[in-house]
Design a protein around this ligand. Structure first.
Ligand code: CA
Length: 228
């Protein structure tokens, strides 16, 4: 039997911690929790969890600050942000801060567990290509980085997965629906708008002129296409 995977829950509402702990332990995970941001960071350092569930509104630090701190600690630690807000701008900010995914409260525990499992599935998938070129940028799938013109940027989990998927279909238009299915793996969410936001961020890291992309191209009314 493989050892239990550890999930760190950083959340200040006791009933949510309890509910998550019950449900996740029932699913065979080991759960540790913290009710403040600073404790959460300390726990992450000590426990090296397989995934972090991070509340956006905490009593001491906000979730974005915690997320950035966790990223500094470990660039690969998967982070799912739990947010009570539904505004797109908060989600984008969370993803910018380095979260891999987010769920909006109130969420169903079933959905959250499906997301966690989807993250694990992708992490355990062997990487067939370690690096590839997009124009003059070098994407390193293993290190989650992209290097261009002497600068190295880190890539979030979904940024790498999106680039990798487009690269598998090099030169072919790929629909947003297919991207959602293959990269995010769940039909319910996120939305097409999420993909567009990711593309904007990737262009900033990959393209010489992000507002005049030459490699990550929009296929109007359909999706995207990666050209070498
Ligand atoms: Ca809270």
């Amino acid at each position: 039997m493989e050892p239990k995977k550890t999930i760190l829950v950083i959340e200040d509402e006791p009933h949510i911690i309890l509910g998550l702990k019950d449900a996740l332990e029932f699913e065979g995970f080991r759960v540790v929790s913290a009710s403040r941001g600073k404790d959460g960071i300390a726990q992450a350092r000590a426990e090296r969890p397989h995934v972090v569930l991070l509340d956006l509104m905490l009593p001491d630090l906000n979730g974005y600050q915690v997320c950035e701190e966790l990223r500094r600690l470990d660039a690969f630690m998967p982070i799912i942000m739990l947010t009570a807000r539904s505004q797109e701008s908060d989600k984008i900010r969370g993803l910018d801060a380095g979260a891999d995914d987010y769920v909006t409260k109130p969420f169903s525990v079933g959905e959250l567990i499906a997301r966690i499992r989807a993250l694990f599935r992708r992490i355990s998938r062997p990487s067939e290509t370690l690096t590839f070129k997009v124009g003059d940028a070098t994407v390193n799938v293993t290190a989650h980085t992209v290097e261009r013109a002497g600068t190295t940027d880190s890539l979030s989990f979904y940024e790498v997965e999106l680039l990798r998927f487009l690269h598998e279909r090099l030169g072919q238009p790929v629909s947003r629906d297919e991207i959602l299915n293959k990269v995010w793996g769940l039909e319910a969410s996120p939305t097409n708008r999420t993909i567009d936001n990711y593309v904007v961020k990737l262009r900033r890291k990959v393209e010489a002129q992000p507002d005049r992309p030459e490699h990550i191209l929009t296929v109007y009314g359909y999706g995207y296409k990666l050209v070498p």
